[in-house]
Design a protein around this ligand. Structure first.
Ligand code: UD1
Ligand code: CA
Length: 454
C-alpha cells in the first residue's frame, strides 16, 4: 500500500526578514521544502503536493517539477491550507501524510515509522508528537484516560494546566485520506484568531467514533521548524553533521566537521581527506585518495582518484587522476583537465581541455582552448580568446613549450613539439616542432647614459 504527502508551505515566514519566502531558503544548499519532498519520496510517497501561497510563483519556480501544487491564496490557518488540496486528498490511494515545508530535518525513516504505526494501530489519524523539555509555542497533546489523543490545544488557547503538558504537536500527521476529506468538510474557524485549525480535525474524527493516536518521534531535532535565521543556522549545523558523518563512516577523513559543507547528492571515495573550509556542491563525484583543502569550492564536478586540490574553485568540470590544482586556481565551467596535470597558483582555465601531464604552473589564463599532453606553460601565458565581439579557440598540440609571458591571439594553433620564445605575441599558426619568436629584437645602447651626461 502506498501513501501521498501534503506539505504546507504557504506561510509568510515574516521572521526571516527576507524578500524571499522562508520555504525556499536553503540548508546545505537545498531549499527547506525540497528536503521535505525528498524525505517523503525516500519514505515511499508516490505523490507529493505542496500547498503554496506567499510568493507562490517563486516557490514553484524553485521547487519545479519535484511535486504537485495547490494554491492557498489567503493564509487562513493550517486547516484552511489543507482544504485547498481537497482534490489531491480525495484522489489519494492510502494515507495522506501532512508535513511542513519549514522542517527540513525530518527523515524518511521517521515518516515510514509513523505510517507503519498508523497502520498497525488501525487509526484514521495519527499525530506525530515530541516530548520537549520546553514546549512553549507548540500545540499541546491532551491525552485521554486510556492514553489516546483527545485533542490538541494551541499555546494561546491553553489553560495553565494544559500549558504544563510537554508532549507537543509536531505539525506532522498521518491521515486516512477519506477520513481527512470528511473532517475538513466539518471544520470551522471557532477560535479567537478566526483560523481553521487542522488540529480540530482530530476531535471531529473522535466524535465520529474513529481511532486517533499519537506517535512520539525518536529524535526531536526532526521536528525543528525554521522561523528565523538563527534557527536556519542551527538546522544547517545539524544537517551538516548528518551528511559529514555519513561520509566519514564510509571512509572519508574530515578534519573539521563544522567547517566542511557537503551538499546532498555528493559521492566521495574512501581515503579522501577533506581539510579546511571546503564546500562541495551537489552533483560532485570525488574519487579515492584525494586531498581537498584550504578554502575550496567544488560544484557539480568530477574529481578523479588521487587529485590534490588546495584553496581553489572548480565549477562544472572534470579533474583527472593525480592532478594538482591550486593554491588559488579557478577552473571555470566546461573544462576537462587530464591526469597528472598541474594547474598551479593564479591559473584560470575556462571551457578548455587540458591533456595528461601538462603543467600550467602559475599566473596563466587558458580560455576556450584545446591543449595536448605534456605541454609546459611558462609563467604568465594568456590566451587572447575574445576580440571584443566573438570568442575563438586556441589549439596547442602535444609536447609544446610555451615561453613565459606569451600571448596566444586566437584563433591560432600551435603544432606538436613547438617552442614559443618568451614574451611572444603569437598571431599565426605554428607548424610542428618549430620555434616561434614574435617580439622585437633587443637593442643595447651601451653609451646612452654617457650621451645623456649622467
Ligand atoms: C501549528 C500547529 C501546532 C503545532 C505547530 C508545530 C495548528 C493549528 N497548530 O502551529 O499545534 O505545534 O504547528 O510547528 O495547526 N501554513 C499554511 N497556511 C496557513 C497557515 C500555515 O500553509 O494558512 C503553513 C505554514 O507555512 C507552516 C505550517 O503551515 O509551514 C504551520 O503553520 P504555523 O503558522 O507555523 O503553525 P503554528 O501556529 O506554529
Ligand atoms: Ca603576460
Amino acid at each position: 500500500m502506498s501513501f501521498s504527502t501534503l506539505i504546507l508551505a504557504a506561510g509568510m515566514g515574516t521572521r526571516m526578514k527576507s524578500s524571499r519566502p522562508k520555504v525556499i531558503h536553503t540548508v546545505c544548499g537545498k531549499p527547506l521544502t525540497m528536503w521535505v519532498i525528498d524525505a517523503s519520496k525516500a519514505a515511499g510517497a508516490d505523490k507529493v503536493c505542496a500547498v503554496v501561497g506567499h510568493c507562490a510563483d517563486m516557490v514553484k519556480e524553485t521547487l519545479g517539477g519535484a511535486c504537485e501544487y495547490a494554491l492557498q491564496a489567503e493564509q487562513k490557518g493550517t486547516g484552511h491550507a489543507v482544504m485547498q488540496a481537497m482534490n489531491f486528498i480525495k484522489s489519494a490511494d492510502g494515507e495522506i501524510v501532512i508535513l511542513n515545508g519549514d522542517t527540513p530535518l525530518v527523515t524518511a525513516g521517521a515518516i515510514k515509522d509513523a505510517v507503519e504505526y498508523h497502520r498497525t494501530s488501525g487509526n484514521k489519524a495519527t499525530v506525530i508528537t515530541a516530548i520537549l523539555p520546553d514546549a512553549t509555542g507548540y500545540g499541546r497533546i491532551v491525552r485521554g484516560a486510556e492514553g489516546g489523543v483527545k485533542k490538541i490545544v494551541e499555546q494561546k488557547n491553553a489553560t495553565d494546566e494544559e500549558k504544563k503538558i510537554n508532549e507537543v504537536n509536531s505539525g506532522m500527521y498521518v491521515f486516512d485520506a477519506q477520513s481527512l476529506a470528511y473532517a475538513l468538510t466539518k471544520l470551522t474557524p471557532n477560535n479567537a484568531q478566526g483560523e481553521y485549525y487542522l488540529t480540530d480535525t482530530l476531535e471531529i474524527l473522535l466524535a465520529a467514533g474513529e481511532n486517533v493516536g499519537g506517535y512520539a518521534i525518536a529524535d526531536n531535532d526532526e521536528i525543528r521548524g525554521i522561523n528565523d535565521r538563527v534557527q536556519l543556522y542551527e538546522a544547517e549545523k545539524i544537517m551538516r553533521r548528518r551528511i559529514n558523518e555519513k561520509h566519514m563512516r564510509e571512509g572519508v577523513t574530515i578534519r573539521d566537521i563544522d567547517s566542511v559543507c557537503i551538499e546532498d547528492g555528493v559521492t566521495i571515495g574512501a581515503d579522501t581527506e577533506i581539510d579546511g573550509c571546503v564546500t562541495i556542491k551537489s552533483g560532485t563525484v570525488i574519487g579515492e585518495g584525494c586531498y581537498i583543502g584550504g578554502t575550496t569550492t567544488v560544484d557539480n564536478s568530477e574529481i578523479c582518484d588521487g587529485a590534490h586540490i588546495l584553496s581553489s574553485v572548480i565549477l562544472n568540470s572534470k579533474i583527472g587522476k593525480n592532478t594538482n590544482v591550486g593554491p588559488f586556481a579557478y577552473v571555470r565551467p566546461n573544462c576537462v583537465v587530464g591526469d597528472n596535470v598541474k594547474v598551479g597558483d593564479f591559473v584560470e582555465v575556462k571551457n578548455s581541455t587540458i591533456g595528461d601531464g601538462t603543467k600550467i604552473s602559475h599566473l596563466t589564463y587558458i580560455g576556450d582552448s584545446d591543449v595536448g599532453e605534456r605541454v609546459n606553460f611558462g609563467c604568465g601565458t594568456v590566451t587572447c580568446n575574445y576580440d571584443g565581439k566573438k570568442k575563438f579557440r586556441t589549439t596547442i598540440g602535444d609536447d609544446c613549450f610555451i615561453g613565459c609571458n606569451t600571448n596566444l591571439v586566437s584563433p591560432v594553433s600551435v603544432g606538436d613539439g613547438a617552442y614559443i620564445a618568451a614574451g611572444s605575441t603569437i598571431t599565426d599558426d605554428i607548424p610542428d616542432n618549430a620555434l616561434a619568436i614574435a617580439r622585437e629584437r633587443q637593442v643595447n645602447k651601451n653609451t646612452w647614459k654617457d650621451k645623456r651626461g649622467e
